[in-house]
Design a protein around this ligand. Sequence first.
Ligand code: SF4
Length: 72
Amino acid sequence: MITQNAYLRPHGIFTFSIPALASRFDDGTPYVTCPAAGICAAACYARTGTFSFSQVLAKHRRNLRRILDPEH
Ligand code: SF4
C-alpha cells in the first residue's frame, strides 16, 4: 500500500494513491475524495488511463478503505 521513491526516501516521506473524485466501495458505501472538485473532474488525469483499470482502481479503493477504517 505505502511506497517510497528515491527522491522521497531521504526525507522519510511515504506515498500511496487513492481514487479520485467519488464512487462507491464494493459493499456500496459511497466515498468522496475530492469534495471541492468542480470543472476539473471533467478533465481529471487521475480518472483516466491506467487509473481506471479495474485492478488499479480496486487497489486504490483498498488504500482509501484502510485510511478511513484501519480495522476494516
Ligand atoms: S483534478 Fe479534480 S477530480 Fe481530479 S483529483 Fe484533482 S480535485 Fe479530484
